[in-house]
Design a protein. Structure first.
Length: 339
């Protein structure tokens, strides 16, 4: 049986920042191919783009699919452990989840249970490229258990995301004579100030829409009037994105160019008997799957508050509990289906 902690650390130690998932995908494909060979299953490489692929393993026709993502946010840092936690980039989001799902698969197979699959995808941290590719090639699964850090609570809802780039153009000039130029940075700051003044909607279950100005870049030197400036923005959606699109267009106006990069709607999920529940503010691959891999559920070990930080870690106890939890959910969902 898989040592969940050992597998989590092995996965964390393979750098797989978005667009560089090939090494970890190769590791997982080999690991699952070996498991499939011993247990009459199949493991496949599913191409997404050059040097990028999803990994899919299944035992029988998959009624239930356990899925999460292989990629991480930057920067990479390797694993370590103490008595309570595994630390490192991706330990919580979502390589510990991968390890728990593989351990769950081994437990199910040891009990003679088939009819499920494992799907590990690329690109969730940027644009859900792997999930969109998988949605174009469904395998008949009727339930999708998506893994993200929920502290092993079943999520009832998750926010969506609307991403923008705002780019301002200006005219270069010596800063001693600013009247001869046109500052792109000042244009961008004016646009951002108006964006920050937008009154965003709130939802009774999901809470408020939130705005994050995540990246600002531009200019050439302190003594040069800037000719270009760019901001990247993420808005966490709780409802219809169209009113926000209109508000963003009005706020930016002619000050800069507004480009929509990505829109993933919020999602709501059903309950499962016996599971504690939560609501999460982050976005997942689930909307990109668009129900093509079955009715979705969202649950996994780890705390999202430490994901994407230098303190990223996952509880060893939660990893083990998740392996059993995933087995229980698969059994519960298989029991809903005709034999």
């Amino acid at each position: 049986m898989t040592d969940i902690v050992e597998l989590t650390r092995a996965l964390v130690d393979i750098e797989s920042i978005t667009n560089h998932e090939e090494p970890v995908g190769t590791f997982l494909l080999e690991h699952l191919a070996e498991l499939a060979a011993r247990t009459s299953g199949q493991a496949e490489r599913c191409e997404v783009a050059a040097h990028r692929f999803n990994v899919f393993a299944h035992w029988g026709e998959p009624v239930v699919t356990l899925s999460t993502h292989m990629d991480t946010v930057p920067p990479f840092f390797p694993s370590r452990e103490d008595t309570e936690f595994v630390w490192g980039r991706g330990s919580a989001d979502a390589k510990g989840i991968i390890a728990s799902m593989i351990a769950a698969a081994e437990g199910l197979l040891a009990a003679g249970i088939r009819g499920f699959g494992l799907l590990f995808v690329v690109g969730e941290e940027r644009n859900s490229a792997g999930a969109y590719a998988a949605a174009r090639n469904p395998r008949g699964s009727r339930y999708l258990i998506n893994g993200e850090p929920t502290e092993n609570k079943l999520a009832l809802a998750s926010k969506g995301v609307l991403r923008y780039e705002i780019e301002a153009r200006g005219k270069l000039a010596h800063s001693a004579y600013p009247e001869l130029g046109e500052s792109a940075i000042e244009k961008l700051l004016d646009a951002l100030q108006r964006v920050r003044a937008i009154r965003f909607p709130s939802d009774a279950l999901l809470g408020p829409t939130t705005l994050n100005i995540g990246v600002i870049s531009g200019g050439r030197a302190p003594n040069v009037v800037a000719d270009a400036a760019l901001a990247e923005i993420a808005i966490r959606l709780v409802g219809d994105p169209d009113p926000i699109r209109r508000a963003m267009g009005e706020a930016v106006g002619g000050r800069a160019e507004l480009r929509e990069i990505l829109c993933i709607p919020p999602a709501r999920f059903d309950r499962l008997e016996g599971l504690a529940t939560a609501v999460v503010a982050y976005t997942t691959d689930i909307p990109a799957f668009n129900n093509t891999w079955g009715k979705p559920f969202l649950v996994g070990p780890g705390n999202i508050h430490v994901a994407h930080t230098n303190e990223e870690r996952v509880s060893k106890h939660e990893l083990a509990a998740a392996a059993q939890l995933y087995q229980n959910i698969v059994r519960q969902l298989l029991a809903k289906e005709p034999s």
